[in-house]
Design a protein around this ligand. Structure first.
Ligand code: NAD
Length: 511
């Protein structure tokens, strides 16, 4: 027994020595830019454990770093994050987004004293739908996909929320995003509930025809779990008006012919010709800028000449940047999935958008800015930071890097609870996601209303109504923060939960 233990320890030690030899070899390679196994079999075997580091990376499918063919590779950033020498099991696990939601929820419910029974209801989702479905690819082979739709709560009205196509989509993420949708609708006072969905996939890997088949098959698999009076999807990360059109068409074809005309409100964010609303494409970015304007008014802060930087240059980030331009504010840095760029003299958002259109939607290589690394991007000295990409970007590690007066959360969940505490302690103002990016769902609601009433409003009408809704919500949150002497995220939760509490108290719990 004792002998076999010694043997195992010896073997482990031998392996460690071998590994560290390989590691030091790799360290010399291209300043850590790429880790990869050389062709020799022995080295590949020795590096087997690093393979896991790469395979489990959330960015694996979207990573644009060139990969040596057939090698086991890892980018500098990820290696630094997990530590090259560490065993995979010792690595820090990706934090659960839903844990963040729960922490935020608990903080608000304790502060406001939410009815404990209503607390139980709202702390859980209502329905969680997971569908595995087959799609025939261009090469004639079938590929299986996993899609989700989580419906958190419909006490205020039909479930409502976007669909995200991304490799990191999982139940934990969709559950969190669905829950935030319930709070968002409640804060802005619209008769809608909260839902979210998506497919775990990397759209950049598929042709347009494959994307159409994947979207249509997913819609078919969801069946009656969506509907204009029940659950209404909209665009989110990597989905757009085209995807909404395919969903609409597929859904309508599942209805009896005499009901099809009533079905067009099944999705929002549609092309205008198919019943979409003018102003929906810019709505989220427009809402972000309206809330920034309100903050500037409150603080007596002049947006003319103010500086800002943006993470994510898709729908939300590019529109927010574009709409900051008329204020005379200066865009100093941008980051997207292809990297970060900066120009201390400022960049023209319209020109950058034009450039991305000719560059697969990416900012990399933009000639009027220089590439910078992620940390330098986060350290940009500016007045405002507008995160508009993914969640968990402002954390205990990155919050201390920020050098801004305001974080206006265009993205959902960009700040985790540790990041929040650091921002508060450093006196950085935060317009929380569930308020800041609510412009999208506000105009989605307008689109849904227009469909139901067979109306089409003009842009002025949409913009005026959007401005009114989001400014009223902003003031509700601001006043609640004052009343409870708390941070704005907790205040936004209190506004939402107070509204939902009233609804449950009046309706009662069946039976
Ligand atoms: P999008 O797909 O149009 O754009 C996403 C952007 O993020 C792209 O520029 C992409 O390159 C970038 N990105 C992805 N991974 C990144 C990374 N690791 N680092 C830096 N950049 C990265 O998506 P969108 O619709 O603009 O949504 C962005 C965020 O806003 C999401 O959190 C979404 O939930 C939220 N949101 C969107 C809407 C809407 O109406 N589209 C409404 C409310 C909230």
């Amino acid at each position: 027994m004792e002998n076999s233990k010694k043997k195992t320890t010896l073997k482990k030690r031998e392996k460690k020595v071998k590994d560290s030899a390989v590691i030091s070899k790799i360290r010399k390679d291209k300043e850590w830019k790429l880790l990869y196994a050389k062709k020799g079999k022995e080295e590949e075997k020795t590096l087997e454990r690093f393979k896991d580091l790469c395979i489990n990376c959330a960015k694996l499918e979207t990573c644009t770093i060139p990969k040596p063919e057939g090698g086991i590779w890892r980018c500098k950033e990820y290696v630094q994050e997990v530590g090259v020498g560490e065993e995979p099991e010792k690595r820090e696990k990706k934090p659960s987004l839903y844990q963040n939601v729960k922490k935020q929820f608990d903080k608000a419910t304790n502060m406001m004293g939410l009815d404990s029974d209503i607390c139980k209801i709202l702390s859980m989702t209502t329905n969680e739908i997971l569908v595995n479905f087959p799609v025939k690819m261009e090469n004639g082979k079938v590929k299986m996909f996993t899609g989700y739709r989580v419906q958190h709560n419909n006490a205020l009205g039909p479930y409502k929320g976007g669909l995200r196509f991304h490799p990191a989509v999982d139940l934990d993420e969709v559950r969190s995003l669905a829950t935030w949708m319930t709070w968002k609708s409640a804060i802005i006072d619209i008769p809608l509930g909260g839902a979210k969905g998506g497919i775990k996939m990397d759209p950049s890997k598929y042709t347009k025809t494959e994307m159409e088949r994947i979207t249509r098959r997913f819609t078919f698999a969801l069946g009656n779990n969506i509907g204009p009076d029940y659950d209404i999807p909209a665009p989110d990360v990597n989905t757009n008006a085209q995807i909404m059109s395919w969903i609409l068409d597929t859904y309508l074809l599942t209805l009896p012919p005499n009901q099809r005309q009533c079905g067009i409100a099944v999705v929002t964010g549609k092309p205008i010709e198919l019943g979409g609303s003018v102003g929906r494409d810019k709505a989220t970015g427009q809402g972000v800028v309206f809330t920034i304007e309100e903050w500037a008014r409150d603080k007596n802060f002049n947006l003319k000449g103010a500086t800002y930087f943006v993470q994510g240059f898709g729908n939300v980030g590019s529109w927010a940047s574009r709409l900051m331009k008329p204020h005379g504010s200066k865009l100093l840095a941008v980051e997207d999935v292809s990297g970060a760029i900066s120009n201390p003299k400022g960049m023209d958002p319209d020109e950058l958008i034009k450039y991305t259109k000719s560059n697969n939607g990416l900012i990399s290589g933009y000639p009027k800015a220089k590439p910078i690394d992620h940390d330098t991007f986060m350290k940009t000295n500016a007045d405002i930071f507008i995160p508009s990409a993914l969640e968990n970007q402002i954390t205990a590690t990155t919050a201390p890097l920020l050098n801004v007066k305001l974080v206006a959360e265009g993205a959902n969940g960009p700040t985790d609870p540790d990041g929040d505490i650091i921002l508060q302690s450093r006196g950085v103002d935060v317009i929380p996601d569930i308020l800041c990016n609510a412009g999208g769902v506000i105009v989605s609601y307008f689109e849904w209303l227009q469909n139901k009433r067979s109306e089409s409003w003009d842009l002025d009408e949409v913009d005026i109504k959007l401005h009114k809704k989001i400014v009223e919500a902003y003031r509700r949150v601001r006043d609640t923060a004052k009343k409870f002497n708390c941070d704005w995220r907790t205040a936004a939760y209190i506004v939402a939960l107070t509204r939902l509490e009233k609804v449950y108290q009046e309706r009662g719990i069946f039976p």
